[in-house]
Design a protein around this ligand. Structure first.
Ligand code: AMP
Ligand code: MG
Length: 346
C-alpha cells in the first residue's frame, strides 16, 4: 500500500520514444507537459569499417530489452504511466528502423496505448525547440548521415539546402577511419584541431587549403574528404589537417545557414545532430548570428546526438494534435524526407 502511494507521487503521463535509425538504439521519455528526461542509449560500434545495417540491427535487437528496463527504472515509471509510444519511422537504415518499429508496435499493442511514427529529422528540431526555447528557427542539422538546412513554412519543415553526397559526420568519421581513429571520429578530430590551434595560434588556412563544397544552397563533402587524405600523404601534420577540415566544412555549413536566415527573414539558428556537439561549430554559429543581429541556439550534447527523448517529444506534439499512426500505416520509410511530414502542431 505504502509502495503504491509512493509510486503515485512520481507517476505522471509520459510518452515513450524509441530511436533506431542508424548506429544508436535509444529510449527516452517526455512528460505530457513537455518536461524531457534523459535518454538511455546504446551505440553500435563496428570492430572495423563502417556500419553494416544488418549488424547494427542485430545489436539493436540484443540491446532493446535492457534499455527498455533501464529507462523505466531510472525514471521510476511503470507501463501504466505511458500514454503513447513514439518511434522513428524514417529516414534511416531499413533493418535498424524495423527493430525500433517492431518494439514500438509490440509495446503499443500490449500496453493498449496509441502508436506514433515520427520523422527523425523533424524530431531534432522539436527537441531543440523544447530545450532552448527558440520559436521559429532555421535548423542546421549536421549528423552522421544527414546535413540539411531546414525552416518551417506553410505547414512543413522545408529543406532549403542539403548535402548532395555524404553527411558531414560521415565525412569526419571516414577521414578519422583512414587515419586509424575509431568511430565516432568527430570528437577526436575536434580534439586534434584544438591541439593544433593552441600550439599554432597564428597559423593560416592558406598553407592548407581544402575544397570548399558549397553549390548555391547545397553542400558536398566527398571532395574535401579525398583532399584531406591526400594532405596526409603529402606530409602535413594530422592535427593541422583536422583543424583545416573543421574550418572549411563548418564554414560551408554556416554560409548556407546564413543565406537561409537571410532568405527566410528568420533571426534564430538552431543546431542539431551529433556534429553540433562540436564547440568550434557552435562558436562559428554564434559569431555569424551575432554579426547579423540574430541568435544561435544549441541544445546540450545529449540532445544533439540521436536520442529517444527527441522521438518522445515529437510524439508528444503529434499526440496533442491528434496525429496518431494506425498499425497498417506503421511500416518504416527509410527514404522519408523532412518535408513529407505535415506539421500539425505549434
Ligand atoms: P548522429 O548521427 O546525429 O547521432 O551523430 C553522430 C555523428 O556526430 C558522428 O559522425 C560523430 O563523429 C559526430 N560527432 C559527435 N561528436 C562530435 C564532435 N564533437 N565534433 C564533430 N563531430 C562529432
Ligand atoms: Mg540524427
Amino acid at each position: 500500500m505504502l509502495e503504491s502511494s509512493a509510486c503515485l507521487e512520481v507517476m505522471s503521463n509520459m510518452i515513450l520514444g524509441i530511436e533506431s535509425t542508424a548506429h544508436t538504439l535509444s529510449f527516452g521519455v517526455v512528460e505530457e507537459d513537455g518536461r524531457a528526461k534523459p535518454s538511455v542509449s546504446n551505440l553500435f560500434r563496428p570492430e572495423e569499417g563502417g556500419i553494416h545495417p544488418r549488424e547494427a540491427a542485430d545489436h539493436h535487437s540484443d540491446a532493446a530489452g535492457d534499455l527498455l528496463s533501464q529507462v523505466m527504472l531510472i525514471n521510476s515509471i511503470s507501463k501504466s504511466d505511458i500514454t503513447a509510444i513514439a518511434f522513428s519511422q524514417g529516414p534511416g537504415l531499413g533493418p535498424c528502423l524495423r527493430v525500433g518499429a517492431s518494439v514500438a508496435r509490440a509495446l503499443a499493442n500490449s500496453w493498449e496505448v496509441p502508436l506514433i511514427g515520427v520523422n527523425h529529422c523533424v524530431a531534432h528540431i522539436e527537441i531543440g525547440r523544447n530545450q532552448t526555447g527558440c520559436e521559429d528557427p532555421v535548423l542546421l542539422y549536421v549528423s552522421g548521415g544527414n546535413t540539411q538546412v531546414i525552416a518551417r513554412r506553410e505547414g512543413r519543415y522545408r529543406v532549403l539546402g542539403e548535402t548532395l553526397d555524404i553527411g558531414i559526420g560521415n565525412m569526419l568519421d571516414k577521414f578519422a577511419r583512414s587515419q586509424g581513429i575509431p568511430f565516432p571520429g568527430g570528437p577526436e578530430i575536434e580534439r586534434l584541431a584544438g591541439d593544433w590551434i593552441s600550439r599554432n595560434p597564428e597559423c593560416s588556412l592558406e598553407s592548407i587549403l581544402l575544397p570548399y563544397g558549397v553549390q548555391g544552397m547545397d553542400l558536398g563533402f566527398s571532395g574535401i574528404l579525398t583532399a584531406a587524405i591526400q594532405k596526409k600523404t603529402a606530409g602535413h601534420d594530422l592535427s593541422e589537417i583536422c583543424w583545416s577540415l573543421q574550418e572549411h566544412s563548418f564554414s560551408a555549413c554556416i554560409e548556407v545557414a546564413e543565406r537561409a536566415m537571410a532568405h527566410t527573414g528568420k533571426s534564430e539558428l538552431l543546431l542539431g545532430g551529433g556534429v553540433a556537439c562540436n564547440e568550434r561549430l557552435r562558436q562559428m554559429a554564434s559569431i555569424m548570428c551575432q554579426e547579423r543581429g540574430g541568435r544561435s541556439y544549441s541544445p546540450s550534447k545529449e540532445y544533439c546526438v540521436d536520442n529517444g527523448t527527441m522521438i518522445a517529444e515529437l510524439g508528444r506534439k503529434m499526440l496533442e494534435s491528434g496525429s496518431l499512426t494506425a498499425l497498417q500505416d506503421s511500416a518504416v520509410c527509410p527514404g522519408l524526407r523532412t518535408d513529407q511530414t505535415i506539421v500539425t502542431w505549434h
